[in-house]
Design a protein around this ligand. Structure first.
Ligand code: COI
Length: 353
């Protein structure tokens, strides 16, 4: 498939792989496609650069926008892999449906993404633990300030060479359990990847940072009793006899890394339960010595060990503050598949030529 490509005239110097961090650098090109009364049309690759938007653009006022996060990985042979990209495009349409955004042809999104990544191949870093983060997003763009669904939209994909999401890298992170503010409630938009969910998380995140915690663990928005997710990642608890992650109940994001960990852990022979998990059970089973490991999962965060959970005046240290054996094994296996270092028995990776 050929789409129109307008090449950039002044390619940028590639950043030093050792100082990438997360989300600071962007490649030379981006993909754009518009939606209007003629539907989605005219996908093209253009130089990375600003949009011209009216101050009345609806997204600015009412937040009608969705996004995705995925990565391209450089294998030891120098090939480039995507990881389960069709899952991201399935999910973007799930988000679109909830936000009254016209759905997009998932096959076409994948084909155009492959074109973009192929053009920007040289931007996929090869240093250990680095990758090219892919951010597809859609936003409403009618110049109108009445509250309704927009008719015009822009779909765009930008690419960013990245290292670890957390400054801590693979060092375990400390998490604050939030029992006052909530991220989402059932019936709301918690299961979607929409900007507002992240805006809703900022205040509690700042308070947690001031207290020395890097992330917030959200509880359900109605009873404030059950564990949900961290916002930038889903969460897993390894008890003596089971690996537990909260069931997808409508207010939790269905992470693709989450889904892959569940499948991987079952493949390894573990009992994995997706169920309601009261935070009290976490504290009680920790007191009984049954809580062995806690880790988060996400495209950006990958598999991220948790060293401490704090809720009001209670704090528990997990696995002496160190990364647990299962967490390390899941990290190594998942990233081994993604970076093409070990065999992919699941058919999750897709090579970009
Ligand atoms: C991702 O993991 O790709 C996300 O979208 C999380 C984001 C907050 C960086």
């Amino acid at each position: 498939m050929a789409i129109e490509i307008e090449r950039c005239k002044n390619p940028k110097a590639k950043p030093d792989a050792a100082t990438l961090g997360f989300g600071r650098y962007f490649t030379d090109h981006m993909l754009v496609m518009e939606h209007d009364e003629d539907g989605w049309h005219d996908a093209k690759i253009v130089p990375y650069g600003p949009f011209a938007m009216e101050p009345s653009s609806m997204v600015i006022h009412y937040g009608q926008s969705v996004f995705e996060g995925m990565k391209a990985y450089r294998t030891p042979e120098g090939k480039i892999n995507l990881f389960r990209p069709e899952e991201n495009f399935k999910r973007i349409n799930l988000s679109c449906e909830r936000l009254c955004i016209p759905k997009v042809d998932e096959k076409y999104l994948l084909e155009t993404l492959i074109e973009l990544v192929s053009l920007e191949k040289d931007w996929v870093p090869d240093a250990p633990d680095t990758s090219l983060y892919i951010r597809p997003f859609i936003f409403a763009n009618d110049p109108f300030i009445g509250v309704k669904a927009s008719t015009r939209y822009i779909y765009c994909v930008i690419l960013s060479p990245v290292g670890a999401y957390y400054a801590e890298g693979l060092k375990p992170v400390k998490i604050y359990v939030e029992d006052e503010y909530v991220r989402a409630v059932k019936g709301g938009m918690g299961f979607t990847k929409t900007a507002g969910n992240y805006a809703a998380s900022l205040l509690a995140g700042e308070i947690a940072h001031q207290k020395g915690y890097s992330q917030v663990l959200w509880l359900d928005g109605i009873t404030h009793k059950n564990v949900e997710e961290v916002g930038s990642m889903n969460i897993f608890f390894k008890f003596k006899d089971e690996l537990v992650t909260p069931a997808l109940n409508g207010s939790i994001l269905g992470g693709i890394t989450r889904k892959s960990i569940v499948e991987l852990a079952r493949h390894m022979g573990l009992t994995v339960n997706e169920r309601t998990l009261p935070i009290e059970e976490v504290f009680e089973r920790h007191a009984k010595g049954e809580l062995e490991e806690v880790f988060g999962s996400g495209t950006a965060a990958v598999v991220s060990p948790v060293s401490e959970l704090k809720m009001n005046d209670r704090a528990i240290t997990i696995n002496n503050g160190e990364m647990g054996e299962l967490t390390g094994k899941l990290y190594d296996t998942l990233t081994g598949i993604q970076w093409g270092k070990i065999e992919d028995p699941f058919g999750w990776t897709m090579e970009v030529k």
